[in-house]
Design a protein around this ligand. Structure first.
Ligand code: SAH
Length: 230
């Protein structure tokens, strides 16, 4: 991360004690076993990714509204998905559901390259603004139905879906590289199981269930067809 001005640098370093406390709380709850993910959460100024009026609440471990009926992912869920996806220093990662850009910013610190898709143009534009402000250069954002994936840059070492689908979207499986992992909440609209689909060297897949979660719906061809909020 390479902030572009002293003002941005000041804004980005604000909240450091709150971030340390949040990381300590998440560790005590059994999250953040990977020190690189812990360092990323301690570093990324989450308060810059939420509406200004909510910035005081940015370091509680909960989702917050970001407009258009969407929410910034709860920090514990960001930590959990990034770790379950097995993201490493050299990884090329696809994220579905850029939203505020917060999870993409965390991924940018632990992966080599991040591609992220968002269906709401206004959210994508705002995310690009904050990522640029923070000098994050290894994230590409595109407005597109992410349930199709982003075939141009496939295969990916990891795919993290930040919205819930009725079933595992087929195109995402196809875009996973050998030994790649797909982390996706699957279930009904308001309650899901977080699934980890691992591609085996044989080309087959093995799915593990990482527990209960509640994400906003993935709206698209291989997700839900209608969105109640938009
Ligand atoms: N990772 C984001 C989470 C935002 S919530 C963050 O940290 O802020 C999930 C996002 O997925 C929403 O912004 C929603 O608009 C988006 N989304 C839903 N369906 C989508 C689809 N088919 N393609 C791309 N984005 C989608």
């Amino acid at each position: 991360m390479n902030p572009v001005s002293p003002e941005v640098s000041r804004a980005a370093s604000a909240g450091a004690p709150e971030r340390r406390a949040l990381v300590a709380k998440l560790k005590a709850a059994g999250f953040l076993k990977d020190p690189r993910v812990a360092a990323a959460i301690e570093e990324i100024p989450r308060h810059l990714f939420v509406p200004y009026a909510l910035s005081g609440e940015a370091y509680g471990d909960h989702a917050l509204p970001i407009g258009f009926g969407q929410t910034i992912t709860q920090t514990a869920n960001v930590a959990r998905s990034v770790e379950l996806a097995g993201v490493r220093e050299g990884s090329r990662v696809l994220e579905i559901g850029t939203g505020s850009g917060y999870e993409a910013a965390v991924l940018s610190r632990v992966a080599h390259r991040v591609y992220t898709l968002e269906r709401v143009p206004e959210l994508a534009a705002e995310a690009v603004k904050v990522l640029t402000l923070l000098g994050i250069r290894n994230v590409s954002v595109k407005v597109f139905d992410g349930s199709y994936g982003w075939s141009e840059h496939a295969p990916y070492d990891a795919i993290v879906v930040a919205a819930a689908a009725p079933e595992v979207p087929e195109p995402l499986l196809a875009q996973l590289g050998p030994t790649g992992r797909l982390v996706v909440p699957v279930g009904d609209r308001d309650k899901q199981r977080l699934l980890v689909v691992k591609k085996l060297p044989s080309g087959r897949t093995r799915t593990e269930d990482a527990g209960d979660v509640a994400y906003v719906p993935l709206v698209g061809k291989f997700g839900w067809t209608k969105n109640a909020t938009r």
